[in-house]
Write a protein of this length. Structure first.
Length: 95
């Protein structure tokens, strides 16, 4: 298990943001979205995209949202809030 994945499991976050321009980011996203302890945590893929379709592979993996760099702190905050709301409204999350 990667250190990043172990860290995410230990923290039990409301939202996970992954910089997908880093090496191994796609594999990390797959691992987080496939792990029983983190699969329901909304994942935001943050990347240096110039076209919307460049983010599509991360949506296909199961990312809750994508965000293009450079993202302002306010854009990131809004994306995290929206993703957390999605989590709490999801019928997949037990009461």
């Amino acid at each position: 298990m990667s250190a990043h994945r172990a860290h995410a499991r230990a923290l039990a976050p409301d939202v996970i943001v992954v910089d997908v321009d880093r090496a191994g980011a796609r594999e990390l996203c797959q691992a987080l979205l496939g792990d029983s302890l983190t699969e329901l945590v909304p994942l935001i893929a943050l990347g240096r995209w110039t076209k919307t379709e460049e983010a599509a592979p991360y949506i296909a993996l199961g990312a809750a949202r994508t965000l293009a760099k450079p993202a302002s702190p306010d854009q990131l905050r809004r994306a995290c809030v929206a993703a957390a709301r999605w989590l709490h409204a999801s019928p997949l999350v037990p009461d």
